[in-house]
Structures are given as structure tokens and as C-alpha cells.
Design a protein around this ligand. Sequence first.
Ligand code: FAD
Length: 469
Amino acid sequence: APILVLFRNDLRVADNRALAAATDSGRPVVPLFILDENGSRPAGAASRWWLHHSLAALGASLERLGAGLVLRRGGTHEIVAEILKATGATSVFWNRRYAPPHVEVDRALKAGLREEGVEAESFDGFLLHEPTRLATGAGAFYKVFTPFYRRLAAEGDPRDPVDAPTGLTGWKGRLPAGDLAAFGLLPDKPDWSGGLAERWRPGEAGAAARLDDFLEEHLDGYADSRDRPAEAGTSGLSPHLAHGEISPFQIMAALRAKQGRDAETFRKELAWREFSYHLLFRRPELHHASFRPDFDGFGWRRDPGGLKAWQGGQTGYPIVDAGMRELWQTGWMHNRVRMIAASFLIKDLLIDWREGEAWFWDTLVDADAANNPASWQWVAGSGADAAPYFRIFNPVLQGEKFDPDGRYVRCYVPELAELPDRYIHRPWDAPRSVLAGCGIELGRDYPLPVVDHAKARDRAMDAYRAIRG
Ligand code: FAD
């Protein structure tokens, strides 16, 4: 009898333990992807674009291996039951998921299948460490990164990745394949995805190419260059990780021979991803409830105009605007700039971090159920092991420090391209003659700042003191 292999956020054939176990059994394999939108947070538009292309790539590689991907939309339990009946399969294998409500869906699925005498097995692959296993000495969960990281180190090297199957035995019966286009994952008119397609190559092959390129060209110097947005100093693996086109086990194995500060810094970033999932597993409400409850009484402002300016990259602060436009055009934003842009929304505009989290969720190709809310709460100061609220980024100084020649700003805010370096992060300080020489009129070609940073800083501190009593 055939085995069903469920694909979810593990859209790859290499280091896919569920697929490998099914292949090793020698039985026919039915690979199945279910677009199950019941109860879970709907995926954002950029993620949906990615998912479409990733499923197309996965479908092609499974086809080549000998067992085409079956696509269905609906509730996981119902569809699995239907395909079991249609194929006579007696086993269902999958790789584990860790975000709510997926944990519950899969737990119930496993229990239900076993009750009916169907073999149900789940495997690791998305995280290096099972959140169920990690606890402090006192049995609680880690709320501080450093001891968490120490604990991961004590666990030793992660397992080796498993190879991709060289061939699959397909099921010989008849089953409609399902239609990817009918999922409707691609944008309707207007099609805003051109910039995403230019920057990214969704799918397992694109992920492997990124990893190779990073290790060869960018790991050297990563610890410093990762903070400079004008350089391609980071791996760009995040959307591939979010969709499981590459596993952290594959990345760790490729890094194993690499020593030194750069490799260690990179491993630590991957550990932050583990930490985010550790928090999410224990606090499933992470994207809508502040981790520190005192922040629930925070005096956020309602400011639709400010929010719109931020979303559109029209705040008048060049580094913030460059980041928000990079996000809109490419579906991704550099980490340093994410921190600056998030701090600006939360502290300069005093807008609730959930508004920013939701915008990122919709526009990021790497929108991640754990990393996104955990990082937003980190910046807000409401999270576990968060930056203290009073650390308020100055967008001008941050720009001057991390984009000193303004190359990043010039790329995404072309209307300022002609400004001399010394004014690129503070155009309002440029003498009229300089602005005129560059053909720029502030307020017409580029906005004046939506808030005065110094005043906004004081306002934010007052709001913070208020919740601290
Ligand atoms: P690299 O520097 O090459 O890092 C390698 C991998 O390590 C990343 O792909 C990611 O999986 C992990 N990583 C790196 N930095 C972090 C971090 N600070 N926290 C957790 N994991 C990290 N990351 C997401 O994957 N999805 C999100 O939705 C997301 N939202 C964010 C929102 C805000 C406000 C901030 C400040 C950060 C957010 N991050 C998010 C974390 C980080 O910005 C991205 O993971 C990183 O920029 C991805 O680029 P990269 O793959 O080139 O990173």
C-alpha cells in the first residue's frame, strides 16, 4: 500500500526525512500539499507569491523523481482522509511544524489516524532543536538568549542531513493532480511582483545556490559586513528557510568546517531563529499579545497618516524610507534597516508594534510566524530578552554609521541620489543652494520629516515612563 507524504513548510526533497523514510520503505509514494487556510493566520501576499513558485519548483523535482505532487485545498483532516480512501494508503508521513495552530492540527491528525489504524509518523527538519525538549533547569522555558544559546551548544552537533532520494516509486492509480493556478496565490492586477522575481529564485535549487554563494563569497567578513545594507553581506537565506527549501541541518553541516568569528556570528543568527520558535511554542499568541504584559497599557497613538507615510517610504528620513521601499520592491529588507524602520514606527511615530508586524507579514517574502513577531517585540521592548525601550534609534546617526556614503539610500530613494554624502541622511540640513543644485525641493520632490526626531524621542520616553509608573 502507498504512503502519503505531506509537504507544508518543507518544500524540498533533500534533507526531507519524511520523504526519505517513505522512499526507504520501498512502497509507492503519494506526495501531497494541502493549502489549508482554516484557522491559521492567512499568509501575506509576498509569501503567497513565493509559495506559488516554490510549489512549482517542488512539483517539477518530484515529477523528475517519479512521483508527481498532488495539490488540494481544504481542511487537512478531510483531505488526508479523502486521499487515503482514494489511494488505499495505510501510512502518512510528515515533517513537524511548530507554529500555532499547526502544532494542534498535526497532533490531532496523528492521534486520529492512529486511532483508525493508519500509521502516522512525524520527523524533524524545520528546527535544529525540538522546543518540547528545551527547558531550563527549573523546567521553565528560556526567556534570555545567552543561556539558551549555551544550552544549544551543550546539545552538540546537529545530525547530518539526509540525501535526496535518487528516485521514487510513484503510485500507479489515478488521482487528479490539482491545479496550482487555481490556488490563486499570484497577485491579481496590478502585478507588483516584478521586483520580487528579479531578486529571488524560489525553490530548492535557488536555496542551494544562495548557500554556496554565501559560503564562497560573503561568509568571510560577515560579522562586520552583515550590518551594512549597501553590501550583499548576508546570506539571503531567510525566505528559503521560511518555506523549508533548505533546512538548518543542511546549513549547519555546510558550516561545520568553518571556524572563527564570522562563522560563529552566523551560527548565532541561526540560533536566534531557534530562540524565536522556542518563544512562539510557549507563547502561541506572540503576534498579538505583548510578551511583557505591562506593555498592554502603552499609550500608542492612532495615526493613519503616519502609518501610511511609513508604509510607503515617505517619512522624510532617508534610511527609513530606503528600507521601506526595498521591502515594497523586493519583498525583503536588510536586518539593520528592519531594526531602524521598526524603531521609527514604534518610537518616533508611537504606533503600536502590531501594525508594523502586520505590514511586514504581508510584504516580506520571509514572513515568519516566529521571527517576525519576536523581532518586532524585541525592538518594541515588549519581548523576551528585548532591547530596552529607552534605546531609541536615531535614524540619522544610524544611517551615517551603517550607510556612510549613502549608497543604500541612493539605490532606493533615487530622488536624493545627487545629494552630497554629508547631507544624504539629513537632507533638511542641506543649504538651499545645494538642494537647488541637485534639483531637489524638499516637500515637493522628497518629504520633510513627518516628525522631529528629538521631540518624538521625548514623547516616547514619556509614554514609556507612564507604563512604568
Ligand atoms: P543572515 O544574516 O544571512 O542570517 C541567516 C539566517 O539566520 C536568517 O535567514 C534567519 O533565519 C536567521 N536570522 C538572522 N537574523 C535573525 C534575527 N534577528 N532573528 C531571528 N533569526 C535571524 N526574519 C525572518 O526570517 N522572518 C521575518 O519575518 C523577520 N521579521 C523581522 C522583523 C523585524 C522588525 C526585525 C528587526 C527582524 C526580522 N527578522 C525576520 C530577522 C532578520 O532581519 C532576518 O532573518 C534577516 O534579515 C534575513 O536575512 P538573511 O537571511 O540574509 O540573514
